[in-house]
Write a protein that binds this ligand. Structure first.
Ligand code: PLP
Length: 447
């Protein structure tokens, strides 16, 4: 057999046999990860990276939390698998804990294996509940990569999968920094975004619209925190027209925004909340839909036509139970809120003062974006907006400068997202921001 170091073997087998998601196979060289703990992961050479990305914004509890690892081991020793048609203690407890945390009368949980599948099923529930077919989804959105979820997705990642599925109607959500409504402040943006939504519903025919789906705080499309009043306004529109409000909290939920659910910040109760990622930090794949009493009742005497072999998998559910309990014991949601307000937000604003290439800093909790521009007055992005044909070089250089200093942020289009685990310490944030400070000098060169 060929002599390999561990790393060489991982790389060779990966390139020979692993077909990676969202990638041109010949153009990538994925870094082999040897291990991880807390806020850090490391490669085989022992280079350690402070993870400002939480992988794909999912490791909310940090890596290898010992109690979470132990809970999975205990469940594995007890019962590894059971079909969704049986009742199971891990699943029952996970559903109860999630229902207790959810706002209002959202009291049933449909478990899935991830976020896309949760959105697919939320739309299915809304269509069957209302007897209508159209679904309004935002241009600046990502809802997943399965057939229905990529059709909901508004950003360019949907293009190769078009024409997608019928009945999806697009709208613009609020984004004061690049307002689609030429608004000059947040209040105006909110008012115009709601008026725009009403116009779309009127012209589509209110009786044809089953659901409005939105990311409570838009994630990969820029960490767009809605202006105060927007979510309440959407709720009002939904109530007026009998439309189901679906809040996609796959990324924003479970501590990311310094709340259990991002909607809690605005006191708004949607009809369906979809979740995944932070519910158990992706230690085992899990997602789901939290369902209002009224929608659950629709399926009291007629079957809900959905579910997969592994829905509500006991290993996944046991890890959700353990994760929620750890969040409570360690005050992780409160920590995420405080570290955002006291350390990350002020730290990023200080970087904006020093670096002309920073057009805007926005966010909350451990969910922040640094939007980079070539010119503050025109707000021209550091890379062109469209993914297709964009010159990603400046952003690649910013990312490389971060990595060279042991920092791993999440970059998308012209933005650096600062989305560390909810458990990150103030010292770790400061370490990461110092590295980002250096890396932004690269961005300033393109200014
Ligand atoms: N919804 C949102 C808001 C997301 O950010 C994502 C993934 O990033 C998804 C849905 C899809 O989740 P998954 O990749 O688990 O299918």
């Amino acid at each position: 057999m060929t002599e390999y170091t561990d790393e060489a073997r991982v790389r060779a087998d990966d390139r020979a046999h692993v077909f990676h998601s969202w990638s041109a196979q010949a153009l990538i060289d994925p870094m082999p990860i040897a291990g991880a703990s807390g806020s850090y992961f490391w490669d085989y050479a022992g280079n350690r990276y402070l993870d400002f990305s939480s992988q794909l914004v999912n490791v909310n509890i940090g890596y290898q939390h010992p109690k979470l690892v132990a809970a999975i081991q205990e469940q594995a020793a007890k019962l590894c698998t059971v079909a969704p048609s049986f009742a199971n203690d891990a699943r029952s407890e996970a559903a109860r804990l999630i229902a207790e945390l959810a706002p209002g009368e959202l009291n049933h949980v449909f478990f899935t294996n991830g976020g896309a599948e949760a959105n697919e099923n939320a739309v299915r529930m809304a269509r069957l509940h209302t007897g209508r077919h159209k679904v309004l989804a935002a241009y600046r959105s990502y809802h997943g990569a399965t057939a229905g979820a990529i059709a909901l997705t508004g950003d360019p990642r949907r293009w190769p999968s078009e024409p997608g599925s019928p009945g999806i109607v697009r709208y613009w959500g609020p984004y004061p920094y690049r307002s689609a409504f030429h608004a000059t402040d947040e209040a105006e943006e909110c008012e115009r975004a709601l008026a725009h939504l009403r116009d779309i519903i009127t012209f589509e025919g209110p009786k044809t619209v089953a659901a409005i789906v939105l990311e409570t705080v838009v994630g990969t499309n820029g960490i767009l925190v809605p202006p105060d009043g927007y979510l309440a306004g959407v709720r009002e529109i939904c109530d007026e027209y009998g439309i189901v409000m679906i809040a996609d909290e796959v990324m924003a939920g479970f501590g990311r925004c310094g709340e259990w659910f991002a909607v809690d910040r605005w006191g708004v109760t949607p009809d369906l909340i979809t979740f995944a990622k932070g519910v158990n930090s992706g230690y085992v794949p899990l997602g789901g839909v939290i369902i209002s009493r009224a929608i659950a009742e629709t399926f009291a005497h007629s079957p809900f036509p959905g579910g997969l072999t592994y829905s509500g998998h006991p290993l996944a559910c046991a890890s959700a139970v353990a994760s929620i309990n750890i969040f409570k014991e360690e005050g992780i949601v409160e920590h995420a809120r405080a570290i955002g307000e006291d350390v990350i937000g002020p730290g990023l604003r200080a970087l904006a003062d020093r670096h002309p290439s920073v057009g805007e800093v926005r966010g909350l909790g451990v969910f922040w974006a640094v939007e980079l521009v070539r010119d503050r007055s025109t707000r021209a992005p550091l890379v062109p907006y469209n993914a297709a044909g964009s010159d990603a070089k400046p952003m690649n250089e910013v990312m490389a400068a971060c990595k060279a200093q042991g920092l791993w942020p999440f970059t998308h289009f012209n933005r650096v997202h600062v989305v560390p685990p909810c458990t990150i310490s103030a010292e770790e944030v400061k370490e990461g921001l110092a590295a980002l400070d250096q890396a932004l000098e690269v961005a300033d060169r393109y200014y």
